[in-house]
Each structure stands twice: as structure tokens, then as C-alpha cells.
Design a protein around this ligand. Structure first.
Ligand code: HEM
Length: 67
């Protein structure tokens, strides 16, 4: 859990927020989310994208450039 949350200033280093408050917004977690959101948040409405490793790499790289 992020300490900043208690001060209500947010936790994320960018505007992309992983939905679970207990998951850090790292490129590794973002990649895992895109590959299989349900593994990080059971019951989530976002479906698994069935992307190959290359596509996961480039999409994650792109999303990490957003602020
Ligand atoms: C390659 C395609 C996709 C990427 C890269 C992607 C990425 C993401 C990311 C980064 C989040 C977290 C965003 C945030 O909370 O600020 C998210 C959440 C979500 N996405 Fe996707 N997404 C994709 C496709 C889809 C599709 C096709 C659907 C639905 C048909 C979908 C439905 C959702 C939903 C419902 C959430 C909110 C989950 C929650 O917080 O419970 N996504 N997506």
C-alpha cells in the first residue's frame, strides 16, 4: 500500500493507474495487467488481450511514456 494515499495526494507516477491500490505502478505490473488483468484483480471486466511478448513489450513501453 502506498503511503501517499493516506495524504490523498495519489500514488501514481503517471496518469495510468493500475486499479488495485496494493499494486505498484511499475512497467512489470503494467505488462502483467495488459496480459491478464484477472490475475491481478479477480473478476475484472477487462478481458485478457492474448498478445504475444513483442506486442506486450511495445504497448507497455508506449504506455510508460504517457504522463
Ligand atoms: C491492448 C488493449 C488494452 C490495454 C493496453 C488496456 C490497458 C488498461 C489499463 C492500463 C487499465 C488501468 C487504467 C486505469 O485504471 O487508469 C485498464 C483498465 C480497464 N480496462 Fe483495459 N486495456 C486494453 C483493452 C481493454 C478492453 C478491450 C476492454 C473491454 C472490452 C478493457 C476494459 C477495461 C476496464 C473495464 C478497466 C477498468 C478495470 C478496473 O479498474 O476494474 N480494456 N486497461
Amino acid at each position: 500500500m502506498c503511503a501517499a494515499r493516506s495524504a490523498d495526494v495519489g500514488c501514481e507516477s503517471s496518469s495510468i493507474r493500475l486499479p488495485s491500490g496494493s499494486v505498484q505502478n511499475t512497467p512489470e505490473n503494467l505488462r502483467k495487467w495488459i496480459a491478464d488483468p484477472n490475475s491481478m484483480k479477480p473478476g475484472v471486466l477487462m478481458p485478457p488481450m492474448h498478445l504475444n511478448d513483442h506486442d506486450l513489450d511495445v504497448i507497455t513501453a508506449y504506455l510508460t511514456t504517457l504522463h
